[in-house]
Write a protein that binds this ligand. Sequence first.
Ligand SMILES: Nc1nc2c(ncn2[C@@H]2O[C@H](COP(=O)(O)OP(=O)(O)O)[C@@H](O)[C@H]2O)c(=O)[nH]1
Ligand SMILES: [Mg+2]
Length: 329
Amino acid sequence: MNEKLSLLEVESLADLISAETEQQRLLGIDGLSGKLRVVVDEWREKLMAALVHVECDLDFSDEEEVREYDGDYVVGVCRSVCDSITEWLGHKNRGPLLRDGFTILISGPPNAGKSTLLNELARRDVAIISELPGTTRDLLEVHLDLQGYFVNLVDSAGVRETADQIESIGIDKAFARGKEADLILWLCDHRERLQPPQAFAGRPIWRVFTKCDTQSFDGAIDSCSPDDCAALHISARTGLNIRELLDRLAAFVASNLAGHGDVIAINERQSIALESAREALRQVAEGIRYPEVVAAKLQEAVFEMQFIIGRVAAEEVLDQVFSRFCIGK
Ligand SMILES: Nc1nc2c(ncn2[C@@H]2O[C@H](COP(=O)(O)OP(=O)(O)O)[C@@H](O)[C@H]2O)c(=O)[nH]1
Ligand SMILES: [Mg+2]
C-alpha cells in the first residue's frame, strides 16, 4: 500500500519467513532480488507499447501524427513475449516443489521394512514396526531436511491381495499417493525381489532390496539381472548403504530442483497469471487480426502482468496515449 514492496516481494518475504530449509531460504532471497519484477516489467512495457499502437489506430487514426498500423510489429511483440513466458513456465514446478516439498513414497510388499526405513531416515519412532504383515495402513508422512531440500517422506500400507477392508483402503491410498509422488522407493526383501505393481507404471521408481544383513545375503549381486544390480541393497539393521541411499536421494532431488539460468522459481499464483497472459498473446500471434480483438487480448495480457506485480490500474492505457501524443489537448 505504501509502495515500499511489490506483491512479488511480499510473497518472497513470506517464503523467507516460513523457510525451514536452506533451499527454501534461498528461494525467498532469490525472490526478494526482484529479478521476476524486472522481467515482468519488461514484458508489460513491450505489451503496453503494442497496445498503445493498436488503440491509436482504433480511436485516433485520422490524426496526422499517428503512425500507420503495423500488424507485423504487434504480432512480433506477442510472439516474443509468449516465447519468454514459455521459458519461465517450463520450470513452473520448481517453486511449489521447493516450497511444499519433494514427495517420496515408500512402498513395497508387507514386511519389506518400509516403516523401519522411514524411522531410520526420520531418526525417530514415527511408524509402528512389527513382524506382523499389514501393520501400517494409513499414510504416514514425515518432513525431512535432505541436504537443504524440503522432502515429504511417506510410509504406506504394504501392497498385497487382501480381504481386510481397512488394509485394502490403505493400499488404494498408497497407489493414489504414488501417482502424485515425485519418486517411489519400491522396497522388498532381497530374497523376494518382487516387481513393482502396474499401478506405479510410468512413475519415477527405484528398487531397493532390504534386510541385506540376513544370513542368506552374501553380497551375491552377480547372480541377479542387470535391472536388479542397479537396485540399492540396504539394511536398516546394520546401516548398510543407508548413507548411500540418502546421498542418491539428495542428488536426485537437487537435479530435479536445480535452478535454470536467470529463471527464478515462481509460485502458483504467478504461473496461473502467466498462463492466461500467454494464452491471450498466443491467440494474437496465431492469427487474430481484428484490431478491436487484438486490443482486448493485449489488455488481458497487460492486466495479468499487473496482477502479478500486484498493481492493477485500468486507466494506464489512456494515460499513455495522452502522454505520448497531443491528442484531445
Ligand atoms: N534383519 C532385518 N530385519 C529388518 C530390517 N528392516 C526391518 N526388519 C524387520 O522386518 C519386519 C518388518 O518391518 P517393518 O518395517 O514393520 O516392515 P513394513 O511392513 O514394510 O513396514 C520387522 O520385524 C523388522 O524388525 C533389516 O534391515 N534387517
Ligand atoms: Mg509398515
